[in-house]
Design a protein around this ligand. Sequence first.
Ligand SMILES: [Zn+2]
Length: 82
Amino acid sequence: MLTCKQFLEELNDYLDPSIDPETKRHLEAHVCECPNCFVIVDTTQKTLKVFRGMDPQPIPEDLKNRLWSALERKMAAKKGVA
Ligand SMILES: [Zn+2]
């Protein structure tokens, strides 16, 4: 089972259409069980569509940082210390 940190490190790959199916399944399993990462994937996909039109591009650093801090706040609120 992936942690959220590991998942976010793979997020670029997950959103890459050329990802290998094995890796995608692995990452999808985490999204299915983790509402936080589900929201992050959903938000990122919507944002990327606006940003890039049809061309594949890496996630903008700024967006990634904002998602990260949002996730870290959530995790901190849930467990005390992440
Ligand atoms: Zn997660």
